[in-house]
Design a protein around this ligand. Structure first.
Ligand code: NAD
Length: 470
């Protein structure tokens, strides 16, 4: 049988979207529950698929792919009834006698495009939000994680009617064809450069859009903070998934009073986290790999460009193109003209930079586009306030790194170059919903009639009074 075209798929989606608009909380919850059960019973398949794609250690898959998604589903199941319920709002004086509320209407047909770095989590997370909101979904996972993409296709086939949720596999060509269709919602997770392509395509059809992009998320370590605690948290967040995490620390600004202590502790911490004979981390089973040759070469370039311009390796700098291994690398002696200080690293290289004054560190952060996250290690309230007031980013995390992703009640996302729109929990539900405003006026008593033209003396008096009041 001939495969339906994308246009045909979209048309069936559109019909279902009208039906799903009226779907009850119970109906949506049962789908979420089925998804949760499927994930629980296919943990091994998920671990295997992500290992095939990224050599990600199984425990890391459990922590960063499976548990986050399960948490997202449980949170939605617990709160969906409240989210769906129309929200009453207070009435302004000018509309006295009316009643207003917000009705959450599913946006309709949605297209979710996901990346390869957390190939399960970042595809299923938005899917949970779309199902919660009552949208149909065409999901396009990353072609760079083919094993997970195939598993997602199988999962969706086993769980959902194709006219409600469908996985389309493929790369740029397939995305271009999908983007030509007038979806109601586009939810994209990927690089800022591809994000621009998505925006252009969305503009053609006035699609609602959420862009989850990336950027250079800085870490700032204040002089009074424990270098050991900071080093452990930074090392975990940086070398998790071999640095291929959108909210991984991109570079670290360290106060000069603790710089030397911190850098030594950081090296020791990395060696403890990835123990191996003769410090050959490539033999450590808990350390992942770079996704493919292209990204490996991109990282080689960033490292060699920095070295050629005077940076030195405090640790690592070793890589093997054949196995996609790239060792945990810490760089010193950075200069603004190095590409590594301009582009998102998205790999296991960590530049560390000394600063003296807080203002100087904050200026450094502000020279670059607004990042996805800003991390600050400090015990001082004024330092927290200063950074919060003088920088901008999608999120801020004090005294830890990357854990904000797992907070179901906080909005997740970037701002400007690092993204637009928010996801997770209620914010994810809202991303796939139209917050429709509904206003009820009484047919009998309508005070506003007094201000209709022709403008009488009474209407002028009411207007005068109102201007005095507001
Ligand atoms: P990417 O932009 O290359 O790819 C993402 C998706 O877009 C894939 O499904 C791919 O098939 C598609 N795509 C790629 N190029 C395209 C093109 N020219 N035309 C049409 N479609 C295209 O991103 P990636 O390499 O998969 O992921 C890495 C980037 O994603 C990093 O910048 C990272 O920071 C960001 N990211 C952000 C988040 C977040 O939640 N904000 C999460 C993970 C990754």
């Amino acid at each position: 049988m001939e495969k339906p075209s994308f246009h045909e798929l979209f048309q069936t989606n559109k019909k279902s979207a009208n039906r799903l608009k009226k779907s009850s909380c119970q109906e949506r919850s049962s789908k979420l529950l089925a998804l949760k059960k499927w994930i629980h019973s296919h943990k091994d398949s998920i671990r295997e698929a992500v290992f095939k794609d990224l050599s990600k250690p199984p425990t890391e898959v459990d922590i960063s792919e499976v548990s986050v998604v399960l948490q997202e589903i449980s949170h939605a199941l617990k709160h969906l009834k409240k989210w769906i319920k129309p929200k009453k709002v207070s009435t302004p004086l000018s509309l006295f006698g009316t009643k207003g509320y917000i009705h959450y209407e599913p946006l309709g047909t949605s297209l979710i495009i996901s990346p390869w770095n957390y190939p399960f989590n970042l595809a299923v997370g938005p899917l949970v939000s779309a199902i919660s909101a009552g949208c149909t979904v065409i999901l396009k996972p990353s072609e760079l994680a083919p094993a997970t993409s195939a598993l997602l296709k199988r999962m969706v086939k086993e769980l959902f009617a194709p006219e409600e949720v469908m996985v389309v596999e493929g790369g740029k060509e397939e995305v271009q064809k999908l983007l030509a269709l007038p979806f109601d919602k586009l939810f994209f997770t990927g690089s800022p450069a591809t994000g621009r392509i998505m925006m252009e395509a969305a503009a053609k059809h006035h699609m609602e859009i959420t862009l989850e992009l990336g950027g250079k998320s800085p870490v700032l370590i204040d002089r009074g903070y424990s270098p050991k605690d900071a080093a452990q948290k930074i090392a975990w967040a940086k070398w998790l998934n071999c640095g291929q995490t959108c909210i991984a620390p991109d570079y670290v600004l360290v106060n000069d009073e603790i710089y030397d202590t911190f850098k030594q502790i950081l090296v020791d911490t990395v060696l403890q986290m990835f123990p191996s004979k003769s410090n050959d981390i490539s033999a450590c089973m808990d350390y992942g790999r770079i996704i493919n040759a292209e990204h490996h070469q991109r990282l080689q370039y960033l490292l060699e460009d920095a070295r050629n311009k005077g940076a030195t390796c405090l640790m690592g700098g070793d890589y093997d193109q054949g196995s996609y291994y790239f060792g945990p690398t810490i760089l010193e002696g950075l200069e603004p003209n190095m590409d590594i200080m301009r582009e998102e690293i998205f790999g296991p290289i960590l530049p560390i930079i000394k600063y003296t004054l807080l203002e100087e560190a904050v200026d450094f952060i502000n020279e670059l586009p607004k990042p996805l996250a800003v991390y600050v290690f400090t015990e001082e309230a004024f330092v927290k306030d200063f950074v919060l007031e003088n920088t901008s980013s999608g999120g801020v995390c004090f005294n830890d790194c990357a854990i904000q992703f797992g907070h179901t009640s906080l909005p997740f996302g970037g701002t400007n170059k690092s993204g637009m729109g928010k996801s997770h929990g209620y914010f994810g539900f809202k991303a796939f919903s139209n917050e429709r405003s509904v206003l009820h006026q009484k047919s009998t008593i309508n005070l506003l009639r007094n201000i209709y033209p022709p403008y009488s003396f009474k209407a002028k008096k009411i207007a005068d009074l109102f201007l005095k009041w507001i």
